[in-house]
Design a protein around this ligand. Structure first.
Ligand SMILES: NC(=O)C1=CN([C@@H]2O[C@H](COP(=O)(O)OP(=O)(O)OC[C@H]3O[C@@H](n4cnc5c(N)ncnc54)[C@H](OP(=O)(O)O)[C@@H]3O)[C@@H](O)[C@H]2O)[C@@H](O)CC1
Ligand SMILES: Nc1ncnc2c1ncn2[C@@H]1O[C@H](COP(=O)(O)OP(=O)(O)O)[C@@H](O)[C@H]1O
Length: 285
């Protein structure tokens, strides 16, 4: 794939995906499969918590731990009673989906800062992106275009220009983390300047909540990988992020195909993830 400046940006492929999805093994227990911790959802956006938790379960998490406001927690448990709300150890965090930095409590800010200063890999979305630059934990940031521009402003960078690839590489270098820039063509840059593109989806994906689903998918992939190898380097994290975007896009296509090519909702995307993972892991005949 050649971009508008004539540079070649590699497209993430199914074989790349296969190398980043952990198949369950007979000696696994739930903890060996990877535990995802989610601090998502707010009173204004409780549904985002449900969407992310659902997506993490559907992407093969051994356990999902959820912490958030009471209303969001009740909705999460109503949809997924499998979810654990007791505090405990996790192999990956997902922060910020369905939250707003402007209304975050000082206590929650302090908890998020502690997580971002830790060793466990973190997927940073939506209302937690303002804290991402201070973090030292291995991080995957998942902004859409407006969030990307806000992040760049906080880093002292100009708004992204038409060359999205150069912009996202610059952002990843400045923030010292993997940055996944969402769009019809999703770009993933690591802090060393490696860039890949994911073109897996359908325009039907442009619907509320699909970004919350993506964060949950990536959280589950990172937790599974970290359960095997606790220190994930940025290249590996970028691969897991691109894999999440590929699965998300293909799940959307599958969900739409199941509806005669018609519209889909964010939950439809999450529901289609298992079949996409199953097809990726199926032995080649
Ligand atoms: N189910 C859930 O719980 C969901 C929860 N979600 C959560 O919501 C949070 C905020 O995420 P976001 O992407 O909406 O935030 P953001 O980048 O600030 O965009 C705001 C911009 O949009 C624009 N705008 C608004 N209305 C518009 C209109 N009718 N037509 C055109 N433009 C319009 C508005 O422009 P303005 O009205 O100011 O002119 C402003 O520029 C986040 O935490 C996310 O996770 C979502 O995932 C959805 C499902
Ligand atoms: N035109 C499009 N074609 C394909 N995918 C799209 C398109 N527009 C958005 N997407 C995808 O839809 C998702 C939207 O995420 P986001 O903007 O965070 O939505 P939300 O905040 O409502 O969850 C992203 O994964 C993005 O890549």
């Amino acid at each position: 794939m050649t971009d508008r400046n004539g540079r070649t940006v590699p497209l993430w492929t199914e074989s790349d995906v296969r190398a980043h999805v952990r198949a369950p093994r007979s000696d696994d227990d739930k903890y060996r499969r990877g535990v995802v911790g989610m601090r998502t959802g707010a009173d204004a956006y409780p549904g985002a918590a449900v969407l992310g938790v659902e997506a993490a379960w559907r992407s093969g998490a051994g356990m999902v731990r959820y912490a958030g406001p009471r209303r969001a927690e009740d909705l999460v448990l109503a949809r997924r009673p499998e979810t654990v709300t007791a505090v405990g150890r996790v192999q990956a965090w997902v922060l910020g989906s369905g939250t707003d930095a402007a209304t975050r409590t000082p206590e929650e800010t302090s908890v998020l800062r502690d997580i971002l200063a830790g060793d466990v890999a973190v997927v940073v979305d939506a209302g937690a992106l303002d804290l991402a630059p201070e973090g030292s934990a291995p991080r995957i940031l998942t902004p859409h275009a407006r969030e990307h521009d806000r992040l760049r402003a906080a880093l002292g960078l100009a708004a992204a220009d038409a060359d999205r690839g150069a912009s996202v590489v610059e952002t990843a270098r400045a923030v010292g983390a993997v940055v996944l820039l969402k769009g019809a063509r999703t770009l993933v840059a690591d802090p060393d300047g490696t860039l890949v593109a994911v073109e897996a989806g359908t325009p039907w994906l442009a619907t509320a909540g699909t970004g919350d689903v993506l964060a949950g998918i990536i959280g589950a992939l990172v937790a599974a990988a970290a359960a095997d190898q606790p220190r994930l380097d940025p290249r590996r994290l970028a691969g897991l992020a691109a894999t999440g975007a590929w699965l998300h896009g293909h799940a959307a296509r599958r969900a739409s195909t199941e509806r005669a090519g018609g519209p889909i909702t964010a939950l439809d995307v999450a529901d289609a993830v298992p079949a996409v993972i199953g097809a990726v892991l199926a032995p080649v005949a």
